[in-house]
Design a protein around this ligand. Structure first.
Ligand SMILES: NC(=O)C1=CN([C@@H]2O[C@H](COP(=O)(O)OP(=O)(O)OC[C@H]3O[C@@H](n4cnc5c(N)ncnc54)[C@H](OP(=O)(O)O)[C@@H]3O)[C@@H](O)[C@H]2O)[C@@H](O)CC1
Ligand SMILES: Nc1ncnc2c1ncn2[C@@H]1O[C@H](COP(=O)(O)OP(=O)(O)O)[C@@H](O)[C@H]1O
Ligand SMILES: [K+]
Length: 497
């Protein structure tokens, strides 16, 4: 159930289902019934219900829900934004059945304001342009009301593919969507408008997903858990990989240590900080379980990495930008190891991103990049400027670079070069704190050292980082994250057994 379908993919699911013999009207009846059930489980008989319908099939679902709820004895009023005689197809039929017993009213703002529950059936997958006029007024009235708001499929005004607000949008408490959730439920700002998202089965068969080629997922353990193995009874540290984190100069060593501690905590068997000689004393005096080695420049790094048991490298946090960093990145990418590129390792390639991508091309070991928006725009300026949904930005960047791209933020998107994307939704706002990104790069570095494939390691890393942040709670500083990973791992291991 982790697939997320864009409105056009959902339309395809709809068409395939209808072509296979289920009439559209049946799908609409099931959708409307699911909405009615969601309202009825939350509201006792007697609660006043207002259903606000739009001109398309989202409105059609609203007509069905209104009829079902009225049939169960709720006081229901239905208001249509648009002309009743312009309704078409299944929606027109659903409207006709409603009208056999009760009237279609124009928008009555006072009634919307006073309702115990408002069903938002204005627009869903068919939203085509920003809302204005009466539709925008209806949204304002719904948002001003005191009752609970139950949105049909999407909060009206939210773009189901991008999560963008098209002019204005309904703030829902609950959104009832059908078959599968949509990217717009999780990409910001959509996530803040959707409330709790419920998925209703309306009889669309999962095999349509293969035909559609659904490639976007919600980031949750089901996406990667089978690729993660808790320590085995017969295991030892040498089977869980050896991660190297490259340290910056004496004044900026903390980032590498944060990453190294996280790599060890997530489960890498051994972790070494590769330290410039003049920073060795600083690193050594702060590290215990993490090892430290004195490594001078790109050449020194090449010497350390000649030992191929050191199978994963995290490079970038606190490193400094410039040709020396470019040279070290080239060294790291030139050999059989997994690589996580973060922060200064990314920014240092702003003048020659293609040179970096050429080094990544054709590698058989995973490369994961973890840019925030600023770093992303330095490496992929055209993609950043094209106004694409976040999922498409990350996907295009992964395809171009050959790396797994983790485009960070409150709604981090993970994308693989093969086109898969995952949207993360578990990161609490207090994760946005100095050094938090360094910890993330270390977590992912630890997971690729353990042998996880790049996409799954990146997705699990982002999820575990969010879960650790949630467990540590408000007031978190980056140092708190690695300790909090213990609880996260314990729960995952218990779940896997
Ligand atoms: N797919 C499925 O499997 C199933 C789908 N189902 C349901 O169908 C919904 C999709 O229905 P849909 O395609 O009719 O689109 P919908 O969201 O009602 O909007 C289109 C209408 O709005 C209009 N319009 C658009 N933007 C506007 C604006 N800014 N301002 C004003 N008007 C605007 C547009 O007019 P036009 O652009 O043609 O002028 C058109 O009239 C989906 O969300 C789900 O609830 C379920 O029944 C079960 C199975
Ligand atoms: N509003 C937010 N809510 C949740 N997580 C966030 C938010 N803003 C940023 N993050 C997360 O915090 C981390 C910050 O990383 P980064 O920008 O590299 O910061 P730093 O360089 O200080 O470590 C990323 O994992 C990012 O996804
Ligand atoms: K809606």
């Amino acid at each position: 159930m982790l697939e997320l379908l864009t409105p056009s993919e959902m339309g395809e699911a709809d068409r395939l289902t209808i072509a296979a013999g289920t009439p559209g009207a049946v799908l609409m009846d099931r959708a409307g019934l699911a909405v009615a059930d969601a309202v009825a489980t939350r509201h006792p008989l007697g609660h006043r219900i207002v259903v606000v319908c739009g001109p398309g099939n989202n409105g059609g679902d609203g007509f069905v829900a209104a009829r079902v709820l009225a049939g169960r004895g709720y006081p229901v009023r239905l208001m249509l934004v648009g002309e009743a005689d312009r309704l078409k197809g299944d929606a027109a039929d659903a409207a006709a059945r409603w009208r056999q017993r009760l009237p279609i009213e124009p928008l009555d703002k006072a009634a919307v304001a006073a309702a115990d529950v408002v069903v938002d059936a204005l627009f869903g997958a068919g939203l085509a342009r920003p809302l204005d006029g009466e539709a925008a007024e209806a949204v304002a009235a719904i948002n001003a009301g005191r009752g609970e708001v139950v949105a049909v499929d999407l909060p009206s005004g939210i773009n189901g593919e991008t999560g963008a607000v098209m002019g204005v949008a309904v703030k829902a408490d609950v959104t009832v969507t059908f078959f599968r959730r949509k990217p717009g439920h999780f990409l910001l700002p959509g996530r803040e408008y959707a409330g709790r998202v419920r998925v209703a089965d309306i009889g669309i068969q999962p095999d349509v997903l293969t035909t559609i080629g659904a490639r976007c997922f919600l980031n949750a353990p089901g996406l990667w858990r089978e690729h993660w193995h808790p320590p085995a009874v017969s295991g030892h540290k040498y089977v869980r990989g050896h991660a190297v984190v490259v340290s910056g100069p004496v004044a900026t060593t903390g980032a590498a240590r944060l990453a190294a501690g996280a790599a060890l905590r997530i489960g890498a068997g051994l972790v070494t900080v590769a330290s410039p000689p003049d920073a060795l004393i600083v690193n050594a005096s702060h590290l215990t379980a993490v090892m430290v080695r004195s490594v001078d420049g790109a050449e020194g790094l090449a010497g350390l990495l000649a030992d191929h048991r050191l199978n994963a490298v995290v490079i970038g946090p606190g490193l400094g930008t410039g040709p020396e960093t470019v040279a070290r990145v080239a060294t790291v990418l030139d050999g059989p190891r997994a690589v996580v590129l973060d922060a200064d390792a990314l920014t240092s390639h702003r003048d020659d991103p293609a040179g970096l991508f050429a080094r990544i091309a054709g590698r058989s070991h995973p490369v994961v990049m973890t840019p925030h928006d600023g770093e992303f725009a330095r490496l992929f300026p055209d993609i950043a400027a094209a106004g694409l949904p976040k999922t498409d930005r990350a996907r295009q960047a992964a395809a171009r670079s050959g790396a797994v791209v983790v485009l960070k933020g409150a709604d981090t998107v993970i994308a693989a070069p093969d086109g898969r994307t995952a949207i993360n939704d578990n990161a609490p706002p207090w994760l946005a704190t100095a050094g938090s990104g360094d910890v993330l790069s270390g977590i992912i570095g630890g997971l690729v050292a353990e042998g996880m494939p790049g996409f799954e390691a990146a997705a699990m890393g982002v999820w575990a980082h969010g879960a650790a942040g949630e467990r540590a709670g408000i007031g978190l500083i980056a140092e708190d994250l690695a300790p909090a990973l213990r609880d996260v791992l314990r729960a995952l291991a218990a779940d896997a057994s």
